[in-house]
Design a binder for this molecule. Structure first.
Ligand code: YOG
Length: 128
């Protein structure tokens, strides 16, 4: 993760407590993505916690956001052109994320309820 806008707002939206938000806000996460056809594994790595997710494009799966807000979602990931879009249906409305690549950088936008965690305009990547 190089930079971001509104990481804290996103964490508030998924009910992460103050102390955890302060720690998480300092982290420089790394993303490891593995692809085998339509099967993806995404690892979000940091010195504090890691998060793992595996899915097949177009197939709904049970996602437990273990180590994040520990909620259950029915999630599905699809391509929207060059963008990979995940919808996370559950207790929180309007929850999901979008990945895309521009130049050398991987971008990620995460949303929940009214909050959007994204990249600074004209600047480099939110790689959360
Ligand atoms: O990735 O959905 O790439 O699975 C967003 C962090 C901080 C834990 C992670 C650990 C939300 C405490 C998005 C940070 C903050 C704060 C590193 C992961 C929540 C809790 C794990 C994600 C998708 C798309 C693939």
């Amino acid at each position: 993760m190089i930079s971001n806008i509104n990481f804290d707002g996103y964490m508030v939206a998924i009910d992460i407590d103050f102390a955890t938000r302060k720690i998480a806000g300092m982290l420089k996460t790394q993303k490891v993505i593995e692809q085998d056809g339509d099967l993806f594994t995404m690892k979000t790595l940091s010195t504090f916690r890691n998060y793992y997710s595996s899915f097949k494009i177009g197939e709904e799966f049970e996602e437990v956001t273990k180590g994040l807000d520990n909620r259950k979602c029915k999630s599905m990931v699809n391509w929207d052109g060059e963008r990979m879009v995940c919808v996370q249906t559950g207790e929180k409305r309007n929850r999901g994320w979008t990945h895309w690549i521009e130049g050398e950088h991987l971008y990620l936008e995460l949303c929940c309820e009214g909050q959007v965690l994204t990249s600074p305009p004209g600047k480099i990547a939110s790689l959360l």
